[in-house]
Design a binder for this molecule. Structure first.
Ligand code: BES
Ligand code: MN
Ligand code: ZN
Length: 498
């Protein structure tokens, strides 16, 4: 999709004018300013009750090629009571694209000033672009040939966003960020939606190499033998139960001052989580192909940052493995030694995310000495219970970092909610035989998302660190959301502006 800014006066003629309108008399001001050919039709649609302005509804008006009409079609989109919520705006923008998809229009025009809410022009343009790419997203590559042949690609290929000339720069920045973020989200979704037999650790490594070929990103892959040499005993213990070789993916994007420490992004790249010997129940186990969404977030965010040419230094680390039951797999009670030298009693082989992440955190600290380190992981079912889909769970040992992430989430409608890391929770991590167990041994069953974060914190003591538990936000139903790529991209944009 091509998105472009224009003033209303200079906008080229498109196939469809998109006209968001509220319910009732609030619409009169906008209607009064319309060219007569459009105004008459809109008034008739309202009078006949074909269009009420109810939130998220659409009505297509066909004006034909002739006359003074600004476009052959006008798509009315209901904005309801013009309330300023993220939810309402998302519904309206979604309706714009589903309405457009229902026409044969290849190009369309939308005036940002017609969208309700209090958002400034830049974040508004960013959302219109990002939600648009989202609405047009499909994943058909696994359908058979006959089914693929029947798919008609959407006609819509260009959207002109109009706004006041004074807003031109802000809108253009919003469009650029929206496009880059959408490209990152698409990559994250494609990887996540791909099944476990295709999206393996090796596939993730190849994807990282491909990113390096496309963008100024340097990729390096650590193989099992490299991980052995580094003493990544926790990560390797998870991979032992799988026939797929583990990969430790390192992606570097350097466009900041040479001496500036990088921001490290670490993502759980567990390409399928059957639970290991502590095997999961069969129901919904297919969804554990999404257990690499943290890694996908890192891929997406680095891609977006590189597309935006942000003047920062970034390093992305993705420990990638499967977690399967096997004769060689971790057994409950096994004790492994992490790269940090901390010994871990694996009381539940299904708490594997923290095992692969702890070695990645140690690697980040030891080899990249980052300015700050943020990890992303589909870590706990408990986080799904605590927050549900609207929010990612945020944990941090650094208040300004936590605040900056929360703000970026609010600014992009890709929100997180902070949970505590109080010392009291640490008491739950007691092991009779090792330094630390991988699950709670005291107060077991309580505060599972926090206990998992407490575990990770042990390996991030010397860094400004934040952890995002994206178990609920990164996929909904059977579909990846691409979250929290938008939040991270916004965070990186904010960091670059500092
Ligand atoms: N990948 C899962 C977490 C998960 C489960 C995310 C369901 C989304 C939906 C993780 O590896 C896991 O299995 N965690 C266990 C931890 C428990 C054994 C302490 C969990 O949450 O049940
Ligand atoms: Mn698990
Ligand atoms: Zn997992």
């Amino acid at each position: 999709m091509d998105f472009r800014y224009s003033t209303a006066a200079d906008a080229p003629r498109t196939d469809c004018l998109v006209l968001p309108l509220p319910e009732g008399d609030a619409a009169l001001r906008v209607i009064a300013a319309l060219p007569p050919a459009v105004r008459n039709q809109v008034e008739r649609a309202r009078k006949d009750g074909d269009f009420t302005g109810k939130l998220g509804t659409t009505q297509l008006l066909l004006l034909g090629a002739d006359g003074e009409a600004p476009a052959p079609r006008v798509l009315l989109v209901g904005t309801g009571k013009n309330e300023a919520s993220d939810k309402a705006l998302k519904k309206i923008i979604g309706a714009v694209y589903s309405g457009l998809k229902g026409t044969t229009a290849a190009s369309a025009q939308l005036d940002l000033a017609h969208l309700p809410g209090a958002l400034a022009a830049q974040p508004l343009a960013e959302r219109v672009v990002r939600f648009g790419e989202d609405a047009l997203y499909r994943m058909d590559q696994c359908k058979g040939e006959a089914a693929q042949a029947k798919i008609t690609p959407p006609k819509l290929s260009s959207l002109i966003l109009t706004g006041a000339a004074a807003e031109a720069a802000a809108i253009e920045r919003g469009i650029a960020q929206g496009k880059a973020t959408a490209a990152g989200i698409k990559l994250a979704k494609d990887l996540a939606n791909l099944p476990g037999n295709l999206c393996t650790p090796t596939y993730l490594a190849e994807t990282a190499e491909q990113l390096a070929a496309e963008l100024p990103i340097a990729t390096r892959i650590l193989e099992q033998s490299d991980m052995e040499a580094l003493g990544m005993g926790a990560l390797l213990s998870v991979a032992k139960g799988s026939r797929q070789p583990p990969k430790f993916i390192i992606m570097e994007y350097r466009n900041g001052p040479d001496d500036a420490k990088p921001i490290a992004l670490v993502g759980k790249g567990l390409t399928f989580d059957a639970g290991g010997i502590s095997i999961k129940p069969a129901g919904k186990m297919d969804e554990m192909k999404f257990d690499m969404c943290g890694g996908a977030t890192v891929f997406g965010a680095i891609k977006a940052a590189a597309l935006l040419k942000l003047p920062i230094n970034l390093v992305g680390l993705v420990p990638a493995s499967e977690n399967l039951p096997d004769g060689a797999a971790n057994k409950p009670g096994d004790i492994v030694t992490s790269m940090a030298g901390i010994t871990i009693e694996v009381l539940n082989t299904d708490a594997e995310g923290r095992l692969i992440l702890c070695d990645a955190l140690t690697y980040a600290e030891k080899f990249h000495a980052p300015e700050m380190c943020i990890d992303f992981a589909t870590l706990t079912g408990a986080c799904v219970v605590a927050l549900g889909h609207p929010a990612s769970g945020l944990f941090s040992n650094d208040d300004p970092l936590a605040e900056a992430l929360l703000k970026a989430g609010t600014d992009t409608a890709d929100r997180a909610w902070r949970l505590p890391l109080w010392e009291e929770y640490d008491d739950q991590l007691f092991s009779d035989f090792a330094d630390i167990p991988n699950i709670a041994t005291r107060g077991a069953g309580e505060a599972g998302a926090i206990v998992a974060a407490m575990f990770l914190q042990r390996f991030a003591k010397n860094m400004r660190w934040a952890h995002l538990d994206i178990a609920a936000s990164s996929w909904v139903g059977k579909k990846a959301t691409g979250r929290p790529v938008a939040m991270v991209t916004q965070f990186l944009v904010d960091q670059a502006a500092k």
